[in-house]
Ligand binder design. Structure first.
Ligand code: 5RP
Length: 235
């Protein structure tokens, strides 16, 4: 595969390639969503063409299409029940390997698949590393039913926390609201800095109408960090 790419894509590619090399014959593999995960699918597909036998569980319709086109055998999570490894991108990761995910709106499936895995590996360019989570808007998947009430309840709840920002905006996909694979809406929470992520994830998921939020606490085991010059650091 050519490395005649912009530095950001080199960083994503080298991280994805290193993580793809962690996959062993016979494994059941959770396949993440997003541009970095798309590199992973391509790297895994190359290994499959060379004889690697794996079964993939996609975390979105987008990834399912990509993996199918690339020749990776897919099964559902219901069929797999439990996975050896999940490899996925992230929007932010901190020093404790806690994450914000859901920039692509797939964090509900991503969290279910990652939680059902022996090992959860994040692949990311170095720009995703942060001291404290929260500069990236936190995605919260909500039911369409009563979403404005859910939005109001979330904003009211945020007043009692230590986050800096409090607004929750409806994610749009052009002129209409963005709809997830599960048929829900996404509210993006502009928090700027999250002090107590563990507490916030529990508080958010207690609000009626909230399906799942994009904070991944104690789920990620390893982060593979790609740099634009081709270096890879594993944490
Ligand atoms: C999708 C995600 C992605 O993993 C996250 O948004 C990172 O995407 P990219 O690799 O394109 O930067 O959580 O829901």
């Amino acid at each position: 595969m050519t490395l005649d790419l912009p530095p950001i894509d080199i960083a994503k590619y080298v991280a994805a390639k290193r993580a793809a090399d962690m996959v062993e014959d016979g494994m059941k593999v959770g396949l993440g969503t997003g541009s970095t995960a798309a590199w992973l699918v391509r790297c895994l597909a190359e290994r499959v063409q060379e004889g690697l036998a794996i079964k993939g569980v996609p975390t979105s319709q987008r990834t399912a299409r990509l993996a199918q086109e690339a020749g990776i055998e897919l099964i559902t999570l219901e069929e797999a029940r439990w996975l050896d490894i999940t490899i996925d991108g992230a929007d932010e990761f901190d020093g404790e390997l806690n994450l914000i995910k859901g920039g692509g709106g797939a964090h509900l499936q991503e969290k279910i698949v990652a939680t059902a895995s022996d090992l959860m590996v994040v692949i990311a360019d170095v720009g995703k590393a942060v001291d404290a989570l929260g500069a990236f808007p936190l995605p919260v998947e909500v039911l369409q039913f009563g979403w404005r009430t859910t939005q109001m309840l979330i904003e009211e709840m945020l007043v009692s926390t230590d986050v800096l920002g409090r607004s929750a905006s409806l994610r749009m996909g052009g002129q209409t609201p963005f709809v997830t694979d599960e048929g829900n809406y996404v509210l993006d929470l502009h928090l700027h800095r999250i002090g107590h992520a563990r507490q916030l994830t529990l508080m958010l998921n207690q609000i009626p109408g909230v399906v799942e939020n994009g904070l991944f606490i104690d789920i990620c085991d390893r982060v593979v960090i790609g740099h634009g010059d081709g270096r890879v650091v594993v944490r």
